[in-house]
Design a protein around this ligand. Sequence first.
Ligand SMILES: CC(C)(COP(=O)(O)OP(=O)(O)OC[C@H]1O[C@@H](n2cnc3c(N)ncnc32)[C@H](O)[C@@H]1OP(=O)(O)O)[C@@H](O)C(=O)NCCC(=O)NCCS
Length: 174
Amino acid sequence: MADIEVRFRPVVEADLAMFRRFAVEPGLIGLDWVGYKDPGAVSRRFATDSYLSAEDGRLMVEAGPDFDAAGLVSWRVVGYGVAKGWEIGIALLPEWRGRGIGWRAQAMLCDYLFEHTPAQRIQAGTHPENLAEQRSLEKAGFRLEGVIRAAEWRAGRWRDGHLYSRLRDDPSPL
Ligand SMILES: CC(C)(COP(=O)(O)OP(=O)(O)OC[C@H]1O[C@@H](n2cnc3c(N)ncnc32)[C@H](O)[C@@H]1OP(=O)(O)O)[C@@H](O)C(=O)NCCC(=O)NCCS
């Protein structure tokens, strides 16, 4: 089977409905569901900077053959002092998962951020039980750095996280 085509585009107003769904539909976003979030925050943020600031951003992931909006990728600045890097995230709608889009989109996002910013390091955290994201990150050129103990409060208790990174000189799989 041919690889599914994946591309990015900036967020437009019509995408805000998807973001609101992620904010109020329990579990739609996957294991990152941490309770209801204000759906009104979505339009307020869009009105501020269209989800593209110097500190963080979102792009829509479109997937072929018709380039429907399959989900979003995100990034935010992390690091200390002048050593600024990025932490990335991704959420695909359930009907687009498991089709080779997630690892490609995350590899593409790294290439994009390394091209347009001088960052040396991009990191991504995931959950011990999120096998799809762990494998996606590995396929996108990330390496596991270790277990972050009690990294998040989720589903009623403190839970560990897995931290991955891709450095500027690590090879891109694309
Ligand atoms: C996690 C997510 C981004 C992965 O993207 P995806 O498009 O579903 O995954 P891909 O099709 O690119 O698959 C990448 C690899 O993971 C494997 N994989 C996919 N789904 C899997 C699953 N449910 N269990 C185990 N492995 C899985 C694939 O087989 C593939 O590995 P392979 O080539 O060795 O066979 C996507 O499923 C998603 O958006 N999930 C909900 C939100 C989420 O969990 N985001 C990350 C939060 S940390």
